[in-house]
Design a protein. Structure first.
Length: 358
């Protein structure tokens, strides 16, 4: 009987400690919760570059997956089993990403998503600083969309601290760079450990008095009913239409976590998909989302991302397209190409477009 009492007491103490620990975690998460303003100016200058109104230029968008989702990785939240890639792989991945950008230094603008600054999952490497140092000759700006002191999932091997965001690299000096919050939040307490998504706007002066407005975005991926995504899409549409109606040239690019309007994957050698795998729910953008002659620019022949339910196998891994550009009617699309690298350093491929101002 004494043994049973001691066992019961020990179990009771353990339960109390666990409950108090959970309460403490939630309380600290509430106190330290990252709550960005709806609009935050990142940088401004009185001496921006002045671009020709007949300019042709190139842009690249790439979700680099915090250099932690290389070809050998799967990810627990998307139905896999792993949490963090080995440190050696992470270091090699960010070097490989930097090398690719360096080899393509004729590109005028880089839109980068999921770039870490101080995260356990990427061994606290300041990836933004690392790439900024490597891309000499580029102006750079960073907007934070993830700042959590401790992500408690999965319980057996928590992801821990995450600081991450989006970055834009430019060969031209912008008038300003501004972070805008995207709407939509998960319920309490889930939101305490989720991203605070945003888009970043860089403005460039044009010699005809107008502005080139470049928008780097990374939209929601995991809301199963799509309500958060719809709210974010409505916000983006309102913003880009206001800029275009003001006479400006507008380009939005990034990881939309949605496939383009009316897109049907038909890739050779792998399983294209539109649907749900693990917690990731890939939805489509409505065909009537934008009015008039707005254009969606993407490479329909090449997958821009892979699922991470298992390590990458070119014969069987489901892939699709969600890395897209949207350009206003006063911009001409010249070319687009998704660079199929084989996902060695990230679960996404870079997409490069060339456009011309009309």
């Amino acid at each position: 009987m004494k043994i049973l009492k001691k066992l019961f007491k020990s179990v009771l103490i353990l339960i109390v400690v666990m409950v108090l620990g959970f309460i403490g975690l939630i309380v600290y998460a509430v106190i330290s919760d990252y709550k960005p303003e709806e609009k935050e100016v990142i940088s401004q200058t009185d001496k921006p570059s002045v671009l020709r109104d007949s300019l042709s230029f190139t842009l690249l968008t790439w979700n680099i997956g915090y250099a932690g989702l290389d070809k050998d990785m799967d990810f627990f939240y998307d139905g896999g089993t792993k949490v963090i890639t080995p440190e050696k792989n992470c270091s090699e991945n960010i070097s490989g990403i930097g090398d690719f950008l360096k080899r393509n230094d004729t590109i005028d603008f880089f839109f980068i998503q999921e770039i870490d600054r101080n995260s356990k999952r990427s061994y606290r490497i300041d990836q933004y600083q690392r790439l900024s140092e490597k891309q000499s000759g580029y102006e750079s700006s960073f907007a934070k969309n993830y700042d959590v002191f401790f992500v408690p999932l999965p319980p057996a091997n928590p992801m821990g601290k995450v600081v991450s965001g989006i970055a834009t690299f430019s060969k031209f000096i912008p008038e300003s760079s501004t972070r805008f919050s995207l709407p939509g939040h998960y319920g309490f307490p889930t939101q305490l450990f989720q991203l605070d998504r945003c888009f970043m706007v860089n403005r460039y002066r044009i010699e005809n008095g107008k502005e080139l407005v470049l928008i780097n975005t990374h939209n929601e991926a995991f809301d199963k009913d799509g309500n958060i995504r719809r709210a974010q899409m409505n916000r983006l549409r309102e913003f880009v239409l206001n800029e275009y109606n003001a006479g400006n040239y507008v380009i939005t690019g990034g990881d939309w976590n949605q496939y383009p309007p009316d897109f049907k994957p038909a890739f050779t050698g792998n399983k294209g998909f539109t649907g749900q795998i693990g917690n990731f729910n890939l939805m489509g953008i409505d065909s009537d989302y934008m009015p008039g002659k707005w254009k969606w620019i993407f490479d329909p022949a090449t997958p821009s991302f892979r699922t991470v339910i298992a390590a990458y196998d070119p014969a069987t891994t489901p892939t699709s397209v969600c890395d897209i550009f949207l350009i206003s009617p006063n911009i001409e699309s010249v070319s687009v190409k998704c660079q199929h690298l084989g996902f060695p350093n990230s679960d996404h491929n870079p997409v490069i477009i060339k456009v011309k101002l009309n």
